[in-house]
Design a protein around this ligand. Structure first.
Ligand code: TXA
Ligand code: MG
Length: 343
């Protein structure tokens, strides 16, 4: 029931895109790759089409969607003003994994896109398939990650199929996504801007362009008097078995695995290559602990792969919290629902 169209150099891409454009213009949803994760798109002015996104994902309706644009200039049509700092970040990071929260012009998007907020999240993705599709469609596309709500975001078309087969009419398969974690979401309606969700564009990268940027401790957002991305409050990115965080310490990991085995339980371990020799029943490598981009790229696929095992417990070592490590740490905390392993 779900049609999967492969987009690579061996196909006539225009034929593929025109089928997707036709579906979108007919008020249907289409999954497509971006440089972060796969998105599930609908035309952002079509309320009924957007409702199909929420339905297919099982997403709570108070969680607003990101609007994707095919050209940076488009946003002038959609927002009341573009602050200088927002403009500087667009220049520096678009197309790319940065979503800007700005004040929307009233009645520009379907009300379910913004979940009734006066602001809107906008981004221009840096992926040839997403960009070609947006340019050919020439309309803004609301697109959350193309997973069932609560599951890790999809980084391959197969992940999308597993979650949404039969629930959506079309998937554009452009292979594995690059970054593997969702975009950085930054609120530019206040000054200094506030990072609501860490991602591939790091706080440090933004500071080099616009100076001060507030990076709240996302674990303490409830206490802080800063705005937040409504989506961050939901349990997220979680495989079926319980996930526990652990320090990347050989002895700590060894003890944890021993005590899990003592209870006749099986354990999957996600950790850097140095932990390959552990006694875990399944090992998923997060690569070189100094190359966090690779960890980000594989993280969601590994969390999903844990669902293909019979592990009772999933242990994940935490990365350094610098650079993209902040985004990885943020997603891991959500996958683990804040739980650390105590031996
Ligand atoms: O990389 C990405 O951003 C991917 C790809 C497909 O572009 N999309 C994505 O969308 O991750 P989603 O819906 O899974 O996450 C959107 C996040 C949510 O946490 C949501 O609450 C927040 O952005 N958000 C959207 N609009 C907002 C707004 N007006 N104010 C505050 N937060 C907003
Ligand atoms: Mg999502």
């Amino acid at each position: 029931k779900t049609k999967k169209l492969i987009v690579d150099n061996n196909v006539n891409k225009n034929v593929v895109y025109s089928q997707a454009v036709e579906k979108l213009n007919a008020g249907e949803v289409v999954a497509f790759p971006t440089e972060t994760v796969y998105g599930l798109g609908a035309i952002a002015t079509d309320e009924k089409a957007v409702a199909k996104i929420f339905e297919a994902k099982g997403r709570p309706s108070d969680n607003p969607l990101i609007v994707h644009v095919g050209a940076a200039n488009d946003i002038e049509k959609y927002v009341t003003s573009v602050p200088d700092k927002a403009r500087a970040c667009i220049k520096a990071f678009w197309p790319g994994p940065l979503t800007l929260i700005l004040n929307a012009k009233p009645n520009t998007f379907a009300s379910n896109v913004t979940a009734g907020l006066s602001t809107v999240g906008l981004r221009m993705p840096d992926h040839p398939v997403a960009l070609d599709l947006l340019k050919m469609l020439n309309k803004p596309v609301a697109a959350p990650s193309a997973n069932r709500s609560g599951k890790p975001s999809p980084t391959t078309a197969l992940h999308v199929e597993k979650d949404l087969e039969g629930r959506i009419p079309m998937i554009l398969d452009g292979g594995a996504t690059g970054i593997g974690l969702e975009s950085t979401v930054v609120d530019f309606t206040i000054d200094p801007p506030v990072i609501l969700r860490p991602g591939g564009v790091t706080a440090q990268m933004m500071r080099e362009v616009i100076g001060e940027v507030i990076e709240p401790d996302t674990t303490k957002l409830d206490e802080a008097s800063v705005p937040r991305a409504p989506g961050m409050k939901y349990a997220h990115y979680a495989p079926d078995a319980p996930v526990y965080l652990i320090n990347p310490d050989v002895d700590e990991v060894k003890n944890a695995i021993e005590s899990i085995h003592m209870k006749q339980q099986k354990v999957a371990l996600l950790a850097p290559d140095d932990f390959r020799q552990s006694e875990a029943d399944w090992f998923f490598s997060l690569g070189d602990s100094k190359k966090l981009e690779a960890s980000a790229h594989y993280l969601y696929a590994h969390l999903r792969a844990c669902d293909e095992t019979t592990a009772d417990v999933i242990l994940v070592t935490v990365p350094e919290r610098t650079g993209v490590g902040a985004a990885i740490f943020n997603r891991l905390e959500k996958a683990a629902d804040g739980n650390w392993w105590y031996s």
